[in-house]
Write a protein that binds this ligand. Sequence first.
Ligand SMILES: Cc1cc2nc3c(=O)[nH]c(=O)nc-3n(C[C@H](O)[C@H](O)[C@H](O)COP(=O)(O)OP(=O)(O)OC[C@H]3O[C@@H](n4cnc5c(N)ncnc54)[C@H](O)[C@@H]3O)c2cc1C
Length: 468
Amino acid sequence: MSEHYDVAIIGAGMSGLAAGIRAAHFGKKAIILEQHNAPGGLNSFYAKDGRKYDVGLHAMTNFVPAKERRAIFNKLLRQLRIDRAELDLIEQKSSRVAFPGVNLRFGNDEALLEAEVERLFPGQIDGFVRLSVAIRNYPDLDLNQPYHSTRKWIKQFVTDPLLEEMIFCPLMYYGSAVEDDMDVGQFVIMFRSIFHEGLARPAEGIRLLIRVVLDRYRKLGGIRKMKTGVKQLIAEDGKISRIVLQDGSEVTADVVLSCAGLPETYALVDPSLVPDESNQAGKLSFSETIAVYNSLPETWGWGDDTIVFFNNAERFSYRNPADPIDLRSGVICLPNNFEFGDRPLKEGLVRVTCLASHDNWCGYSDEEYEKAKTDWFERIQKSILPMMPPSTREYAGDLVATDMFTPRTVKKFTRRARGAIYGSPEKVKDGRTSWDNLFLCGTDQGYLGIVGSMLSGVVMANEHVLKG
Ligand SMILES: Cc1cc2nc3c(=O)[nH]c(=O)nc-3n(C[C@H](O)[C@H](O)[C@H](O)COP(=O)(O)OP(=O)(O)OC[C@H]3O[C@@H](n4cnc5c(N)ncnc54)[C@H](O)[C@@H]3O)c2cc1C
């Protein structure tokens, strides 16, 4: 006899864990089924040669002070009954968007960005302020809004193409599954969460957040099975009647919530579908290099930038590249440059994210793959030199460890079609699928990033597990 649950959640990513807490808190019998041995999904951690690395953390978006009770981040923590102090959050210093000859700085006080726009684009400031107001007043989280192109929408506010690209660069890199454009709803969410609100990180990194969330779920009696992939979802009479696990055993549930992704979830019901070949598969994937140094960036004269969103090309392009890596733009994250005060990280860290091609990286033999990683690591490190203060140029001798991940890594560990971190360009905002009791949550429901995916888990659990 297979075990029956009120809700079965596919994936112990941030959305699945948040949905699990919500369901368990209201007395639902919940199980989370995760194929990997580590929790967190795209946002996890690992150890290599005795050193701990975060996978998915540059920064948590949506940071606001605790007193702003109506802000999304504080509401999310209340819904999950997580005490903010447990997360030991530290704020960014400041970040910048670096285009040839122009640096636009922003921080956790939105006045900085406004002052920068006024200084660098004086003719655009009125439009920028109107844009900011329109974003503040945009209808909240409407689950039924169709896709609207931000490229068209933004022109009523911002008419300088350079400023438009500089606004898009961080918002696309931190949350667009669409090439060279964004859905207005998604743009609004990202603008608020990065420019109106801000960036912070748990002092200890992502493992602290995951520990707090897992602890909460466990204390509520939630069940979690790791290394337990879902192999197939059996549909009968328009509903999922059985969940077949990788080891051949089965469980049943009134409601199934999947954070595996849109084409990936449909392929679980119909194994003849290949997620990578689906029109709904994401087109955008990324590589990331991690360089660990004996010394801290501030000792090289690079102590101010927390994150640099850069573009060296005449026009910013946010597309799946033809080459393995697009070196023209990217994101540099300096984890040391949060406000650590008198408890700095022990080693210096520089992470660089670039657009990367799934087909190239997943087409290599093992040997070609290792060689390509070594080559591209070097090329990426060279490509960021123009963004670094001249005083930092000698720091390379201090390097103690490196790592690099590619679309192939993302696909292997999370099963995301085409290694697409931001999932499908088609988002299903109400979470509904072709089956009455199967719902999506997380990335392909439409809220991205750490805070977004947790919010998605909460909203989908409220809507389909608690109300339903
Ligand atoms: C390198 C990188 C850097 C990032 N940086 C940031 C950042 O700085 N700030 C930020 O806010 N966000 C960042 N993100 C994005 C953020 O991590 C994700 O948006 C978020 O974690 C997505 O959560 P999710 O729950 O929707 O999906 P996922 O994390 O993908 O969770 C899905 C889970 O389902 C599991 N699964 C899939 N198929 C099955 C199956 N058949 N059976 C069982 N389990 C299955 C997977 O193993 C996975 O654990 C980053 C991501 C990456 C990869």
